[in-house]
Design a protein around this ligand. Structure first.
Ligand code: HEC
Length: 111
């Protein structure tokens, strides 16, 4: 009986550890920089398909930055999107957004 518990615990731990390091970093960036305007990261990621995120985050996230530069409402984010921090974070963000993209199978379906 003890053995079964052990297996169950190990299975639980390894399933929550599937997030790769990069995905985790991307999630952290999201929480620190995007959440105040956009809310939950997994909902955000699930709003687009993986292919769409790939395109948006191409060339160190140029597309995503442009969307924000085009919107006056997003002005408080301009400084970040212009900064070197963003170019550094873009890859991690991309990993995170793709990991939870709407066709990734990683987002719990609610519709
Ligand atoms: C200061 C607030 C603010 C911050 C910070 C911010 N955004 Fe935005 N974001 C906006 C606004 C405003 C828009 C434009 C909405 C529109 O015009 O429809 C936008 C648009 C977007 C879009 C396009 C949505 C669509 O429907 O195509 C995505 C994707 C996005 N943001 C992701 C992010 C990510 C990822 C971050 C963090 C790196 C971030 N945003 C940081 C305010 C913000």
């Amino acid at each position: 009986m003890r053995k079964f518990y052990l297996i169950a615990v190990v299975a639980l731990i390894s399933s929550s550890a599937v997030l790769s390091a990069a995905t985790y970093k991307g999630q952290k960036v999201y929480i620190e920089t995007c959440k105040e305007c956009h809310g939950g990261g997994q909902e955000m990621a699930g709003s687009k398909k993986q292919r769409a995120w790939e395109k948006l985050m191409d060339k160190k996230g140029e597309g995503l930055a442009d969307i924000h530069f085009a919107s006056k409402k997003a002005q408080p984010s301009w400084e970040y999107f212009k900064s070197r921090n963003y170019t550094k974070d873009a890859k991690h963000l991309e990993d995170f957004l793709i990991e939870y993209g709407s066709d990734s199978g990683n987002v719990p379906a609610c519709n």
